[in-house]
Design a protein around this ligand. Structure first.
Ligand SMILES: C[S@@+](CC[C@H](N)C(=O)[O-])C[C@H]1O[C@@H](n2cnc3c(N)ncnc32)[C@H](O)[C@@H]1O
Length: 310
């Protein structure tokens, strides 16, 4: 039985990277008039209370969005992201944090569609309630199903307009998730080879992460981009999230340039010790742009405990 609830982690450094990239790609998709579908295979609850008990159990957001909230200047990708968070917290106090379905619903147009999957009924109920409050689009534009997102993805591909952005964001609490991601992407590419697929992955000491990335990067006929942010030294055991990354399959051509300014800035702002750094690679730039920030800053939260899953 798995017990992952995103409310304990919302707004952490991994959410910052993932949501900056997600918004960058969503905005790129909007440059063409033709509608597109955004598919979130692991949707979560959509909106998180950063003043609540869950978020403050380990206060992960304090070393994520909490560090960026008052930034005066930021690179383009981060500026768009911060604007969304500010819009959600209009009184100037950081108290709510948006999840991926909320950010997508906030960004898409009347011709676009949202297809959301969430396995946990309790999370899906909260998500449905949260999205209903937003009232931005007609209900028919959004479809939420309580279902295994890995298995469900093929049911929505190919999309009618032949334009799709898919976020695959498992908790990897279940080690099988690493294999499921690879199989799901293979199936999805067979049905819809030109889709843009964003796969989130944790920086944890696990062989499965590297294996999954290698398998994805060697899939035939794709282009890929890999963006990684490390915030601290790797713990000696298998637990504890010391960074995260995104593998983007068929990325927008603009993303590499945007990330080459956003990643160094984020690595500096989110560094918890001198091991913090970033990495940027793509199928057309195989030599990684990479660095360590060499900035030693003291984390505002205690070091990760062994229970941490992400
Ligand atoms: C990391 S959270 C998602 C966060 C969300 N994408 C965001 O960025 O705001 C992962 C979610 O996947 C759900 N989940 C776990 N296994 C799943 C599956 N096989 N299919 C769909 N959802 C699943 C969990 O209940 C959890 O809410």
């Amino acid at each position: 039985m798995f017990s992952y609830r995103h409310g304990f982690h919302a707004g952490n450094h991994a959410d910052v990277l993932k949501h900056c990239v997600l918004l960058g790609v969503l905005n790129y998709f909007k440059q063409k008039e033709t509608g597109f579908v955004f598919v979130d295979t692991h949707a979560g609850a959509g909106l998180y209370d950063l003043t609540g008990k869950w978020a403050n159990t380990r206060s992960e957001y304090a070393d994520g969005i909490g560090r960026l909230w008052s930034a005066n200047q930021a690179p383009e990708l981060v500026t768009h992201y911060l604007a969304e968070i500010k819009e959600l917290n209009p009184n100037g106090e950081l108290s709510l944090y948006p999840g991926s379905p909320w950010l997508a619903l906030q960004t898409i147009r009347t011709q676009d569609r949202l297809r959301l999957f969430e396995l946990l009924a309790a999370e899906a109920d909260v998500l449905a309630h949260n999205l209903a409050q937003q009232r931005r689009l007609a209900p028919r534009a959004i479809k939420l199903e309580v279902r295994d997102g890995f298995a469900a993805l093929k049911s929505v591909l190919p999309p009618p307009t032949r334009r799709a952005l898919v976020l695959i964001d498992p908790a990897y609490e279940n080690k099988q998730d690493y294999r499921s991601v690879v199989q799901t992407i293979k199936d999805a590419l067979t049905r819809f080879s030109t889709g843009c697929y964003l796969v989130w992955y944790p920086r944890v000491n696990r062989l499965q992460v590297e294996q999954m990335l290698k398998q994805l990067q060697h899939l035939p006929g794709i282009e890929w981009l890999q963006a990684e942010l490390t915030v601290s030294k790797a713990p000696v055991d298998q637990h504890g999230l010391f960074g995260s990354g995104l593998l983007v399959i068929n990325p927008p051509y603009t993303l590499y340039k945007q990330l080459s300014t956003a990643l160094p800035w984020l690595a500096k702002e989110l560094a918890q010790d001198s091991h913090a750094g970033w990495k940027l690679r793509s199928s057309s730039h195989k030599t990684a742009k990479t660095t360590q920030t060499n900035k030693t800053t003291k984390s505002s939260i205690p070091p990760p405990v062994a229970r941490s899953r992400r």
